[in-house]
Design a protein around this ligand. Sequence first.
Ligand SMILES: Nc1ncnc2c1ncn2[C@@H]1O[C@H](COP(=O)(O)OP(=O)(O)OP(=O)(O)O)[C@@H](O)[C@H]1O
Ligand SMILES: [Mg+2]
Length: 357
Amino acid sequence: MHLTRLRLHDFRCFEAAEIQPEPTINVITGDNASGKTTLLEAIYFLGRGQSFRQSGPRPAIRAGADAFTVTGEIAVPDGRAHRLGVSRDKRGIRYRKDGEADTSRIDLINTLPLQMVDPNVHRLLEQGPRYRRHFLDWGVFHVEHAFFPAWRRFRRALKQRNRALKARLPKPDIIVWDAELVRAAEIVDASRRAYIDHLYENLPSRTARLLGNEPVILDYDCGWRGDHGYGAALAAGLDQDLRAGFTQQGPHRADLRVSIASASARDWVSRGQQKILTTAMLLTQAQLLYVRRHVRPVLLIDDMAAELGRRYREVLAEEIAALGGQCFLTFLEPGLVPEAVRGGAMFHVEHGVVTRG
Ligand SMILES: Nc1ncnc2c1ncn2[C@@H]1O[C@H](COP(=O)(O)OP(=O)(O)OP(=O)(O)O)[C@@H](O)[C@H]1O
Ligand SMILES: [Mg+2]
């Protein structure tokens, strides 16, 4: 599965642009503010239905224009092709798959699985559990098929329970949601645990190649306390939940901490090593998706050279190339492009104009 054509219309600095990427490596070079990250962002919109930048989709409309459109053609291994489109105007955002207007974000996510490595990837280690949960659940979503329906059920029941807590309803009106929460949480938790086991089997060999033999430890926190299951944790935490006005424990509070040897990764490793470690985690996820579902996700790797010296750039590029899927990598200058990814297509961006080298 890979992108065969990408078209942008009034998307940030691009008035109109089109590229026909290669199924494997695509390198994008260009000066600061030329539009490199924007090209990756456009692809990300196609596969995720939203931006990875904090600001949301509206600012992505080119200054002076009323709407942006991003369209992509996707080739799937069985020979079929799909067209995906995302557009945003004053009324909101719209998704299309093969011309169908009732396309959802989940349709996009399933049609174009993609993973992003941006220059802030180390925040996976440094910042709160939300990023790590997001990382974990991306993999769980694509690989463990029981996960998403259960997660959706859990979110719905959680919303109801929180509403009841906030309104300070009598206890029976709050705990009436617990059975559904517990049923859904058990599936979510089991899916995450199964996925982490696979991650554990595959991550150490990759980190060993990249970082040396310091053991990497993944420490999963399911999001609730005690050894008697989620139902017991909910019952024990009810008074606290009433005081807080929301449900404090559950799979929505899960975490996946990463450490090297005995120290937490963010205390131990340098910034460059953090980047290598987190990128290794993302690449392992991509590999797992192929091993388990025969899907190679598209990788978007922004400013790969940032904070990495030549040696690290080279080993990382070798790992990326070895995955064999479609990848888009950006660099400020051609001189920074590692040997292992020089064989692919080269694109150059200048003031919102892309040319193929
Ligand atoms: N809505 C918009 N309309 C017009 N231009 C925009 C809009 N949003 C962002 N831009 C401009 O798009 C340009 C490209 O930004 P982008 O982040 O893609 O650059 P980049 O090549 O990744 O740069 P860097 O190497 O510094 O990361 C910037 O000059 C930015 O100001
Ligand atoms: Mg950029």
